[in-house]
Design a protein. Sequence first.
Length: 259
Amino acid sequence: MSTTICQVMGFLVSSLGVGGSIMATAMDTWSTQDLYDNPVTAVFQYQGLWRSCVRQSSGFTECRPYFTILGLPAMFQAVRALMIVGIVLGILGLLVCIFALKCVRIGSMEDTAKANMTLTSGIMFIVAGLCAITGVSVFANMLVTNFWMSTTNMYQGMQNVQNRYTFGSALFVGWVAGGLALVGGIMMCLACKGLIPEESRYKAVSYNASGRNISYRTGPYKVGSGYEADPKTRKGMGYEEAPRSEDGRRPYPSKYDYV
């Protein structure tokens, strides 16, 4: 029962994580304009992974998508790639996890197959969560670097200083979503151990002798016939007979003459 609960909870937590990653990727508030020095402004700017928006004091909002790919920074494109890879792996993990649930019966699927599918989905969720956390962290690092560069230029009195941007709500959603996907993947991996039948754990255990290629086997005992030759009379090293003469006698005494 605990295995089923762990598996279902892992599925639900991972679903929330994947849904949060999709939401964070689609949001436009990855970076928002810093209003620390100018709290009252007629124009408020914020940017996302796919477009930048401007909101006026009248309430009118205009968004413009990025019409270029090569003109964007390499780290920006890396963040896009990480989020997309995390979403794809998360969706595939959800599909695999649905068929791996213990409460769902499909034909004559064995528990061993469900355990393998559960482990696979758990690994997918873990990788998806790591991709989301890494992508959001890289974007946050870019914001911090640009923020302090803009602050330095502002204090040096340089003209045409660009607007400073700070963390948007999408970053926090991405961090939470990546953490949920990571926790859900770990729970799925833990549930995999409980799905493995106990009989299959000891199936490959064998008892062999300490010598090489020697094993103990049971079988019927061999009963002698009573007409086997005496080991002392067998020919071999140390028991060779001396040659005999024509009358049948040995030319010199043998060790068998004293027996």
